[in-house]
Design a protein around this ligand. Sequence first.
Ligand code: NAD
Length: 485
Amino acid sequence: MTATATETSGVGTDLLLGGERVASSDGERIPVQDPATGEVVATVANATVADGLRAVDAAAGAGADWAGRAPRQRGEILRRAFELMTERTEDFAQLIVRENGKALADARGEATYAAEFFRWYAEEAVRNTGSLTTAPGGANRILVVHQPIGVSVLVTPWNFPAAMATRKLGPALAAGCTTILKPASDTPLTALAIGELLEEAGVPPGVVNVLPSSRSSVVVKAMLDDPRVRKLSFTGSTEVGRVLLAQAGDSVVDCSMELGGNAPFVVFADADLDAAIEGAMVAKMRNGGEACTAANRFYVEAPVAAEFNARLAEAMAGLRVGPGSDPGSDVGPLINQPARDKVAALVAGASDAGATVLTGGTAPERPGYFYLPTVLGDVPPEAPILREEIFGPVAPMVTFEGTEEAVAMANDTEFGLVAYVYTRDLGRGLAVSEALESGMVGLNRGLVSDPAAPFGGVKQSGVGREGGHEGLLEFTESKYIAVSW
Ligand code: NAD
């Protein structure tokens, strides 16, 4: 037991390396804050470059055994992980609230969603099918098998500390890869708890290593430079993603990148407005707005714009803001002070550009990093809030006229993760869905995330997909064997 374990109700706070809990090689630790109060609730070991390379040793050493196990055996371990995580949904939810701050209902939703990745990939572990065809010339057969790609470095953000980890660990383990998980320094406790749970489920030592580090740039670079590392799976900002893609290029490491978003939410005049408001609240306010899939820009067709904007402002004003641990809170704090400063600056920039505040627009007077749910009307096209990821509880409203203008406005961004469309005309809905430059579309739905579906972006929102069968293939290499018989 470490000195700080009691502060976190028995959750491990040391590195999980080769099946052991160890301090970092220089003894440093990272403080973990409760965003609702700013208080330090725990400290965790802060991995060094030497620790990173030891983790690569452990993962490489465990690789052949794990890849050689029967797919059914790997699947059953993942199934056990699903069952354990489901039994402990409430513990995980409390842990997520403690270090991330989100509302308890959101945290429960995340814990359930996170466990589902273990269930889905328990099922996918035995469905890693290849193919056998006859070469067009008829001379031979073309046999294709999907082999585990090898040691995989998994880097995750703070906004979904459990689900972003299991969305990578599930497919990596199912495919037969060994892993090093580097969680965000704001939220390392959930990742460490997931590592322990996987060990309990039967994952052998070295297959899952968990290394919190505030020195991620040097630690991740050192791992990517090690020729034994063959995969980087990253979820985080486009800014950091660009840096990592360049670094991975030096040793030609395969990359899956889940990056930032700037989701448009388009409401046509014929939409079911009750459903559109409900969907807008989910798309905007799940996780307090701190989601890559968060609706970032609302485009509403002129005939219904005034009514829709007023109803959205009313719904947003009705949300209760408070600590995530209080079951009465709908919206918790933002993750930290810089995150709140960024949201406040974007709102100020929009107001200066001529937007009107329909509700919210300020930070409440209380400790922690809270910001009031906000709706901004008549936001001009040049306002930075329409270009940047807000990552907070703010909805900027823009009015459009006609399908062409809606699509042009929605596509006017370098991002392309998800878009939302509301219309009763299914033909138009599908045509617009096809014209939108995004990896995912919610058509009359404010939530798209599903472990069984391929999640990911186009343009600068990412490379590759997580979830679905596609997510499994990201952790494999296709091997082609030309066969004559
Ligand atoms: P971030 O890019 O700051 O950090 C993500 C991770 O990368 C963290 O673990 C961080 O420690 C690490 N990191 C930071 N700099 C690094 C470097 N130079 N080298 C190696 N690792 C480094 O992102 P964040 O603030 O934690 O998360 C928010 C961002 O994540 C948003 O942009 C959001 O859209 C994005 N996100 C995307 C998805 C998706 O599926 N597309 C899902 C969730 C979050």
